[in-house]
Design a protein around this ligand. Structure first.
Ligand code: UT7
Length: 337
C-alpha cells in the first residue's frame, strides 16, 4: 500500500478558476430497472440512496460529454478553448483504448496548442488529475489546465447483473486551474493513495490485453464492471476517512474549518459513515447520488460544479474533496475558494 502526501510546498499556488458539468438527458429510474432485473426501488434506495441515473444517448461518447463539461468550465473561467495549455481527462470508459480521450476533447474544444492525456484512477481520477495539474502549473511548466472527469459507464455495465447495473450512471464534470494571484483562492493540500493488492475487488476483467474479448468468451460479459461490494464498502469508508483527515491536517485546519464536504457519490451509506466519523454537520455535505448514481471519475467533479453554481461555495470557503475507487485508489484535497 502506498500513500503519497502533498501539501503544496513546491511551486506557486494554484486555484480553481471555473467549473462545469454535463449530464445526458436520458433518465433511468429505479422503476425502469425493476423491468430489467430482479430488484426494487425500495432495495436500491435503502441500500444506496440512488433514485435515478443518466444514460448517454446512442452515439454520445465520453469525449462528447467531457468536452461539454469542459466548455462550461472554460466559459466560467473566462478562458478561450484555443488558449488551454494542458488537458487531463480522467476516465475508465474511454472512447477508445488509444488514443486517449483527452485527444478527442482537444479537437472538440479547439484547444489545438494543448498537451492532452488521460489518467486512469477510477473514481479517484478527478482528484489525481487535480494534483498533476496543480504541480504542472505550480512548477511554471503550464499557465492553465482543464481537468475533466467523464464516464460512459452504461457501455461497461452488465445490464443483467443486479449487483452492479443499478449503481452506475453517465456524465462529466470539469474544472479549470490557473495560477493563484492577488489573494485568490488556492488548493491548500492534497493526498493520493493506491493499494494495488486489492485490484480484484473492483475491475473490468475483460477487454484489455490480459483477457481480450474473443468469439469464445464474448457471451460472458467480461468487459463489464465486476465488484465485491461489501469489501469495497469497508475499504471506502476507512480510506476516505483517513484521506480526508490527512488533507485537513496538512492544510493546517480542523474539520470545523470546512464549509463544505464534497465526497465521491457511490452510496449514501458510505457518505453518512464518513461524515459521522469526521464529525462534520450533515448540512455541510453535498449529495447528488440520488440523481446521478455513481459516475466514477465524474462524480466529485459534477458535485463540485453543482455546489458552486448553487451558491454553496463562496469566496474564502474551505472545501474538502474526497474520493475512493478501483485500484484501489483514494484521494483528497482541501481547496480555499
Ligand atoms: O465507486 C467505487 C467504489 N464503489 C463503492 O463504493 C460501492 C461499495 N459497495 C456498496 O455500495 C454496497 O456494497 C452495494 C450497494 C454494492 C451492495 O449493498 P450491500 O448492502 O453491501 O448488499 P450485498 O452486496 O451484501 O447484498 C445483500 C443482498 C444479497 O442477497 P442475499 O445474498 O443476502 O440473499 C444480494 O444478492 O442484496 C442482494 N442484492 C440485491 N437485491 C435487490 C444485490 N443487489 C440487489 C439489487 N436488488 N439490485
Amino acid at each position: 500500500m502506498s500513500q503519497v502526501a502533498s501539501n503544496g510546498s513546491s511551486g506557486s499556488p494554484v486555484r480553481i478558476a471555473g467549473t462545469g458539468s454535463y449530464l445526458p438527458e436520458k433518465i433511468l429510474t429505479n422503476e425502469d430497472l425493476e423491468k430489467l432485473v430482479e430488484t426494487s426501488d425500495e432495495w436500491i434506495t435503502s441500500r444506496t440512496g440512488i433514485k435515478q441515473r443518466r444514460v448517454a444517448a446512442e452515439g454520445e461518447l465520453t469525449s462528447h460529454m467531457a468536452a461539454k463539461a469542459g466548455e462550461k468550465a472554460l466559459e466560467q473561467a473566462g478562458i478561450d478553448g484555443a488558449d488551454v495549455e494542458l488537458i487531463i481527462v480522467s476516465t475508465i470508459t474511454p472512447d477508445t483504448l488509444t488514443p486517449a480521450t483527452a485527444c478527442y476533447v482537444q479537437q472538440h474544444i479547439g484547444a489545438l496548442k494543448s498537451v492532452a492525456f488521460d489518467v486512469s484512477a477510477a473514481c479517484s481520477g478527478f482528484l489525481y488529475a487535480l494534483e498533476i495539474a496543480r504541480h504542472s502549473i505550480g512548477s511554471g511548466a503550464f499557465n492553465n489546465a482543464l481537468i475533466i472527469g467523464a464516464e460512459k459507464l452504461s457501455a461497461f455495465v452488465n445490464w443483467t447483473d443486479r449487483n452492479t447495473c443499478v449503481l452506475f450512471g453517465d456524465g462529466a464534470g470539469a474544472a479549470v486551474l490557473t495560477r493563484s494571484e492577488n489573494g485568490d483562492g488556492r488548493i491548500l493540500s492534497s493526498r493520493l493513495g493506491t493499494d494495488g493488492a486489492q485490484a480484484e475487488l473492483l475491475n473490468i476483467p475483460g477487454g484489455g490485453s490480459a483477457c481480450p474479448i474473443t468469439p469464445e468468451n464474448a457471451d460472458q460479459n467480461l468487459a463489464s464492471l465486476a465488484m465485491q461490494g461489501r469489501e469495497v464498502f469497508k475499504h471506502a469508508v476507512n480510506a476516505m476517512k483517513r484521506a480526508a483527515e490527512d488533507a485537513i491536517e496538512s492544510a493546517g485546519l480542523t474539520a470545523a474549518d470546512i464549509k463544505l464536504v464534497i465526497p465521491h457519490q457511490a452510496n449514501i451509506r458510505i457518505i453518512d459513515a464518513i461524515v459521522d466519523r469526521l464529525e462534520v454537520p450533515s448540512e455541510n455535505v453535498f449529495i447528488n447520488v440520488d440523481k446521478y448514481g455513481n459516475t466514477s471519475a465524474a462524480a466529485v467533479a459534477i458535485a463540485l460544479d453543482e455546489a458552486h453554481r448553487q451558491g454553496r461555495i463562496e469566496k474564502g470557503d474551505k472545501v474538502l474533496l474526497v474520493a475512493f475507487g478501483a485500484g484501489l485508489t483514494w484521494a483528497s484535497a482541501v481547496v480555499e475558494w
